[in-house]
Design a protein around this ligand. Structure first.
Ligand code: UDX
Ligand code: ADP
Length: 480
């Protein structure tokens, strides 16, 4: 098959990955028509919204990219079959959550949406089509996709349809997705068909330097994606484990991180101790890796990686436990303000957010939580905590009825001062910039004394907390 120049791309799945990725491809390749399709009409409508502040994904810079390309060579549609039929290249970018039941439940990825896509492609494709796996997938998924596509090649009557399968994992992080797409550290393309690889290289070559486009075999590409996330998550668990040791011995994890990060072999990034990693990828991908290792008869390797996830949940429980211990061993009926619910700053995403586990532990202990986050809405928090919000209690009159009965409750707070008013403790769980700039001299008198600040993200200035007469716990800070 000669190297086809790609004129028309279809992406199945208009989610967090598919939408921004295709928007950047369309923006950088004006000669290629890009159609993003999804079965979810509401999502497609949101992508077509004339008000660019209401796109279904919030990413800095995304609105500008969509403004330039939409309607020119970037289209969002629910006409899945039509778009596949017209495409030279089809990206599969659908959700692959961890299985909740059956074989591999809790660890393996649920591939039903990927499989459905592959079948959809066999039904609608015409001529030669390059199918690109974009979703994060367990190693050897391409084999399943290939088998499904091959069945169509054999059974096609009349007009000949042929397929090539590539793996092209994404490495974008939330909040920096557009930057990650526009100047990637590397683009990884795995496959066996050199012409198909060249075709995809020609798309990326519109803006990515050749030396950053890596070619591998299919399995290496799939495994590299899981391994990259596992290594990043492992660094976080490593520094969090050291944070606990710092607290026990009088060292300071920020100093240790700076010291080891200056070693160019180690590097300074991803050494920020905190409440543990969240987000849609790290835990899912490691569990996937664990499942694969067990499947391939490598239980010791599986246990090694599993410990990264275990340390992460341990860190979250440890923070909740620390709060209870510092508040004289009980938080029952106590008002605690939680600042930050998103899994990291600059996103409204709460998937696997550390705040969920920490808040749940405190609710279990009967705490009264005022929760503030500048981007997460209260319905999302209620879903994550599996508990509806209660009304904000009247601080002047003391405890609510629920508090007296020992039940944990929570309510959303739109402003920080009202979240903190009457609280025994403030816990900072997301590193939003506004939490760095709080005026503790004003906030401290609103709290019930003796009051605590628990800074799990190293955002406060310790001297300001002390000057305000508050007790401070910072992650990884031991008392010398
Ligand atoms: C991650 C990967 O970075 C990205 O390449 C991949 O494609 C998807 O998964 P993302 O989940 O968006 O991206 O966020 P990331 O910035 O990697 O942070 C993940 C979690 O680790 C967050 O909860 C963050 O707060 C935490 N983290 C990160 C730390 O606790 N300390 C650090 O030093 C860095
Ligand atoms: P990701 O974070 O990987 O992008 P999302 O859940 O944000 O995942 O998006 C995946 C999208 O894929 C959803 O909008 C979903 O409706 C869509 N999708 C899933 N299966 C199909 C399918 N067979 N055809 C079209 N779209 C699909």
């Amino acid at each position: 098959m000669p190297v086809a120049s790609i004129r028309s791309i279809c992406c199945i799945g208009a989610g967090y990955v598919g939408g921004p990725t295709m928007a950047v491809i369309a923006d950088r390749c004006p000669d290629v028509q890009v159609t993003v399709v999804d079965i979810n009409q509401t999502r497609i409508d949101a992508w077509n919204n004339s008000d660019l502040s209401r796109l279904p994904v919030y990413e800095p810079g995304l609105d500008a990219v969509v403004r330039r390309a939409r309607g020119r060579n970037l289209h969002f549609s629910t006409a899945v079959e039509e778009a596949i039929a017209a495409a030279d290249m089809v990206f599969i970018s659908v959700n692959t959550p961890t299985k909740t039941k059956g074989l591999g439940a809790g660890q393996a990825s649920d591939l039903r949406w990927v499989e459905a896509c592959a079948r959809q492609v066999t039904k609608s494709a015409t001529g030669h089509t390059i199918v690109v796996e974009k979703s994060t997938l367990p190693v050897r998924t391409a084999e399943a996709v290939k088998a499904i596509l091959a069945s169509a090649e054999q059974s096609s009557d009349g007009s000949q349809v042929t397929f090539a399968v590539l793996s092209n994992p994404e490495f974008l992080a939330e909040g920096t997705a557009i930057q990650d797409l526009e100047s990637p550290d590397r683009v990884l393309i795995g496959g066996e068909d050199p012409d198909a690889i060249d075709s995809l290289v020609s798309v990326y070559s519109h803006w990515v330097p050749q030396e950053r486009i890596l070619r591998t075999n299919l399995w290496s590409s799939e495994l590299s994606k899981l391994t990259a996330n596992a290594f990043l998550a492992q660094r976080i668990s490593s520094i969090n484990s050291v944070a606990a040791l710092c607290e026990a011995t009088g060292a300071d994890v920020r100093e240790v991180a700076r010291a080891i990060g200056s070693d160019s072999r180690i590097g300074a990034k991803f050494l920020q101790a905190g409440p543990g990693f969240g987000g849609s990828c790290f835990q899912k991908d490691i569990l996937n890796l664990v499942y694969l290792c067990r499947h391939f008869g490598l239980p010791d390797v599986a246990n090694y990686w599993e410990s990264v996830v275990q340390l992460n949940s341990w860190q979250q429980h440890r923070i909740a436990r620390t709060v209870v211990q510092k508040l004289f061993g009980t938080v029952t009926g106590k008002h605690v303000a939680i600042l930050g619910f998103a899994f990291k700053a600059d996103t409204n995403d709460t998937r696997e957010a550390p705040a969920i586990r920490i808040a749940k532990d405190l609710l279990e202990e009967g705490a009264q939580l005022a929760i503030h986050d500048p981007k997460v809405d209260s319905e999302q928090i209620a879903r994550d905590l599996q508990l509806p919000a209660s009304t904000e209690p009247d601080v002047e009159s003391g405890l609510t009825r629920a508090a007296l009965s020992g039940e944990g409750t929570w309510w959303p707070s739109d402003d920080i001062a009202s979240a903190i008013k009457g609280a025994d403790a403030v816990i900072i769980l997301t590193e939003w910039n506004q939490y760095r700039e709080l005026n503790w001299a004003v906030l401290a008198p609103l709290m019930r004394q003796p009051a605590w600040v628990f800074d799990a993200r190293s955002v406060v200035t310790p001297s300001e907390i002390q000057a305000a007469g508050l007790n401070l716990w910072r992650v990884g800070e031991g008392q010398p």
